[in-house]
Design a protein around this ligand. Structure first.
Ligand code: 13P
Length: 248
């Protein structure tokens, strides 16, 4: 069974050496025996700094992407092995911004998941539909296709992943999926995981997309919503802390 919820911040391309210190200091100051797991997924340029800032912290370190290749002539890429050296526990894979702006395919996302798992890093695998896909009734088909590629390559250890449902129309827009809309998709994903693994109940399925201090509690109360992947609100200490409290 899922034991603890996971609240993961995705800083995206934000932060700076000075701002990171202030942000993590403020979060630590408000953190009292959290009863959920917490992570921050930081830009790779700040992994070394954040590894130091998070030493002996309950907050775990995450990255936002990794290479599908092991090593070699891939200019600009960062390998799973490198992430491991910086104490990275989680890595976001297949975020819609990477699928959209960097043409990441379902197949390359599946390879990245494989690479992360082989190196003992938990991938946070993102799936989600666009507004046009939702409006034309294709939501289930789209997220199932995205997850199927990951299962196809990683079926034997699929229960080791974290899954994140992030409807693209809800990301950074202030429009959140209703708890019922989110739960419905999470249930579809849970069913697909169950068909692939006897341990599917153990997989945490996060919701992401304009989750904030005001809407977190009702989203997190849904039976198949096991945490959140938080963008904008993870850069505001009081908001991030309030979401962490909602996960208790
Ligand atoms: P927002 O919380 O800013 O909508 O971003 C969600 C997201 O993309 C997290 O990965």
């Amino acid at each position: 069974m899922r034991t603890r919820k996971l609240i993961a911040g995705n800083w995206k391309m934000n932060g700076g050496l000075i701002a990171n210190v202030a942000l993590l200091k403020a979060i630590h100051a408000g953190l009292h025996n959290p009863s959920c797991d917490i992570a921050v997924c930081v830009p790779s340029a700040f992994l070394a700094q954040c590894q130091t800032l998070l030493a002996s912290s309950p907050i775990e370190l995450g990255a936002q992407d990794l290479s599908q290749h092991e090593a070699g002539a891939y200019t600009g890429e960062i390998s799973a092995q490198m992430l491991k050296e910086f104490g990275v526990r989680y890595v976001i894979v297949g975020h819609s911004e990477r699928r959209q702006y960097h043409a990441e395919s379902d197949a390359s996302v599946a390879s990245k998941v494989q690479r992360a798992l082989a190196n003992g890093i938990t991938p946070i695998v993102c799936v989600g539909e666009s507004l046009a896909e939702r409006e034309s009734g294709q939501t289930d088909e789209v997220v199932k296709r995205q997850l199927a590629a990951v299962i196809h390559l990683n079926g034997h250890c699929i229960s080791e992943i974290v899954l994140a449902y992030e409807p693209i129309w809800a990301i950074g827009t202030g429009k959140t999926a209703s708890p019922e809309q989110a739960q419905a998709v999470h249930a579809v994903l849970r069913g697909q995981l169950k068909a692939a693994s006897d341990h599917a109940e153990r997989v945490r399925i996060l919701y992401g997309g304009s989750m904030n201090a005001a809407n977190a509690a009702t989203l997190l109360a849904q039976p198949d919503i096991d945490g959140g992947l938080i963008g904008g609100a993870s850069l505001k200490p009081q908001d991030f802390l309030a979401i962490i409290d909602s996960a208790a």
